[in-house]
Design a protein around this ligand. Structure first.
Ligand SMILES: *[C@@H]1O[C@H](CO)[C@@H](O)[C@H](O)[C@H]1NC(C)=O
Ligand SMILES: *[C@@H]1O[C@H](CO)[C@@H](O)[C@H](O)[C@H]1NC(C)=O
Ligand SMILES: *[C@@H]1O[C@H](CO)[C@@H](O)[C@H](O)[C@H]1NC(C)=O
Ligand SMILES: *[C@@H]1O[C@H](CO)[C@@H](O)[C@H](O)[C@H]1NC(C)=O
Ligand SMILES: *[C@@H]1O[C@H](CO)[C@@H](O)[C@H](O)[C@H]1NC(C)=O
Length: 564
């Protein structure tokens, strides 16, 4: 019997050797395992039901173990040396498939390193963080920025192995970073997390501004000079220069700095400048004259009327301009009684410089100004300005015509009028004149530019409004309103230009308040002469008016008819 079995065995071995695949063993088992864990490899010949002697071999053929059974299990303790290529075989038979086995060291001791160290960078510079581990193999890394996981597909970071790289740092990259290293194992993955590392991305400094306020300290007038950076990262070293001389230096943990210096009222102390210095950058502010001019001279009031869709005056903005004064404070009165800063129908803005009448109470308005830093300084007052609510749509056409045409004809010399008069267009012009007289709105419509934007609801009467609203007032007011009308045609609010108008207002001595004296030499300052602007803006009503001969002729005719 024994002999028979042996024969079969030998025969089979022979078959195996000659025939090949029928006795090919198959090895199964893990491809990786933690160090010091136990692993099992299984070996069998599929479809073979008799016991065989299986040998587990490694790499170049070192026999690890041999077992005799139908199918066998090899239990191994994983050590540092366990890594390698495993296969099994049956005695005298084929060898199995091989399994590349990896020993995985559990991760521990994760920490962060940075390049540069410490991680302080300016905008646009590069930095790299690495997630280092004391021990551990087969790792994957997860990054956290301000406790939020960094998306691996983020455009703002570059990942490679244990490194996270930012090629051009920006404000968004500033913050704390940490990483977690993890063994890439399906079962029982191990983690190790680093501590937080603060990455500072510094901003470049920009827009250094100097400003100053004054106060009375009991015995002298003091200027509090402040320097402020719109952008940057502290610390910053600020210096105050007066006429180029360094007066004060401070290392600040903020973006602003101030310094107090005595100044003399009315005396130009010099030009003050701020300097801001950071590691890689130095900025200088624009120079500001340290000159405190006391409030003085005449006080003027600029009026802007705002009209509703029906051209009815609904609101007015009065702005007060003393001739001089660096730190003025203002107060307003109506019919000689002072107006509180807050009211049902008005508000004051900009230290009181602007009085905004939300609901116009007719009457005489007046503004006064004095030095804000001296409670005993003398008030300087404007003249009375009569303000009233007007319905512009009811304005007589003659008034419009006089104002509109009066200037054109007086300013543009008679010679040119005569030329037009005698020109071939005379007949046409006359027809137009008649049309104008019949159809009162026509002047305004003709004055409209062809390219006027369709979405702006311009009221034909608005040009007239500028003059007409003034009728009960003084000539000075006319000029003011004309000057400001360009901003107000559509009732839009525009930022106040802080520079007072250069226009000098004629004294209200003229008999007819609506017709200013003809200026012999028209200058660009005159509000009613269209400026020769190459590109007319939508806002300026006077540039729209095209000086065509027919209009001119019409104007002269109207003027001749009117008894002034
Ligand atoms: C990461 O970003 C991709 C693409 O921007 C997005 O589809 C994905 O949902 C994000 N994942 C996380 C966790 O925010
Ligand atoms: C006011 O400022 C001047 C000049 O710096 C100084 O001499 C004076 O002591 C100050 N007075 C008070 C009350 O602080
Ligand atoms: C000077 O002005 C700054 C603000 O610009 C302010 O914080 C500071 O208190 C002022 N100093 C004095 C002495 O008034
Ligand atoms: C101010 O005076 C004018 C003219 O005397 C008068 O018409 C107007 O009603 C007065 N306004 C107020 C609010 O008292
Ligand atoms: C304040 O104004 C009064 C009156 O004009 C003047 O006499 C005084 O010198 C001024 N004080 C300062 C500090 O300018």
């Amino acid at each position: 019997m024994q002999c028979f079995l042996m024969l079969i065995y030998v025969l089979l071995g022979f078959v195996t050797e000659i025939g090949g695949s029928s006795l090919k063993p198959v090895l199964t088992g893990p491809s990786k395992a933690y160090l010091r864990s136990q692993v099992q490899f299984h070996c069998e010949v599929p479809g073979w039901a008799s016991p065989l002697t299986f040998e587990l071999r490694k790499d170049t053929g070192d026999l690890i173990r041999a077992e005799h059974n139908v199918k066998v299990t090899f239990r191994l303790q994983v050590t540092e040396g366990s890594e390698g290529k495993y296969y099994c075989g049956v005695t005298g038979g084929q060898t199995s498939n091989s399994i590349q086995f990896h020993v995985v060291t559990p991760v521990s001791g994760a920490s962060l390193s940075s390049d540069p160290d410490p991680p302080i960078r300016y905008e646009g510079q590069k930095f790299t963080l690495r997630c280092l581990v004391r021990k551990g193999t087969h790792l994957s890394f997860t990054w956290y920025h301000d406790q939020q996981e960094v998306n691996a597909s983020s455009d703002h970071y570059r990942f490679s192995g244990d490194a996270l790289t930012v090629d051009a740092a920006s404000e968004r990259h500033d913050g704390t970073y940490s990483c977690t290293a993890q063994n890439m194992m399906e079962d029982n993955p191990r983690y190790s997390s680093s501590r937080n590392l603060r990455v500072i991305v510094k901003k470049y400094m920009s827009t250094l501004k100097l400003s100053f306020t004054v106060f009375w300290n009991g015995s002298s007038l003091m200027a509090n000079i402040s320097c402020r950076l719109a952008r940057g990262s502290p610390p910053v070293t600020f210096s105050l220069l007066v006429n180029g001389l360094e007066m004060d230096v401070k290392h600040m943990d903020s973006l602003e700095f101030w310094s107090v210096w005595p100044v003399s009222l009315g005396l130009d102390t010099g030009l003050a400048q701020c300097k801001a210095q950071a590691e890689t950058q130095q900025l200088l502010s624009d120079p500001v004259p340290l000159h405190v001019v006391p409030v003085g001279g005449a006080v003027r009031v600029m009026v802007k009327y705002l009209h509703d869709a029906d051209a009815v005056t609904t609101a007015a903005r009065l702005t007060c301009f003393p001739d001089r004064g660096t730190f003025p404070t203002f107060s307003w009165s109506l019919n000689r009684s002072s107006l509180p800063p807050e009211g049902d129908a008005h508000v004051v803005m900009q230290n009181g410089r602007i009085l905004f009448l939300t609901d116009i109470s007719s009457g005489y308005y007046r503004c006064r100004a004095r030095d804000s830093f001296n409670d005993s300084s003398i008030w300087v007052e404007s003249e009375d300005i009569f303000i009233q609510k007007t319905d512009l749509s009811a304005t007589p056409m003659e008034v419009i015509a006089v104002v509109f045409c009066g200037f054109l004809s007086m300013v543009i010399v008679g010679a040119s009028c005569f030329l037009f008069w005698s020109s071939k267009r005379r007949n046409n012009s006359c027809k137009r004149c008649i049309n104008h007289e019949i159809q009162s709105d026509a002047i305004q419509s003709d004055a409209m530019p062809m390219n006027f934007p369709a979405d702006v609801s311009f009221k034909p009467q608005t040009n007239a409004a500028i003059f007409a609203t003034d009728s009960p007032g003084v000539a000075a007011q006319t000029a003011e309103m004309v000057l400001t009308a360009e901003h107000e045609i559509h009732g839009e609010e525009s930022d106040l230009d802080p520079t007072p108008p250069t226009l000098h207002i004629p004294k209200p001595t003229h008999l007819h308040p609506l017709i200013p004296k003809p200026t012999p030499k028209p200058t660009h300052l005159h509000p009613l002469i269209p400026k020769p602007t190459p590109k007319p803006t939508n806002l300026h009503p006077f540039i729209w008016i095209q000086l065509r001969p027919p209009d001119l002729v019409f104007c002269i005719e109207v003027l001749l008819k009117l008894p002034i």
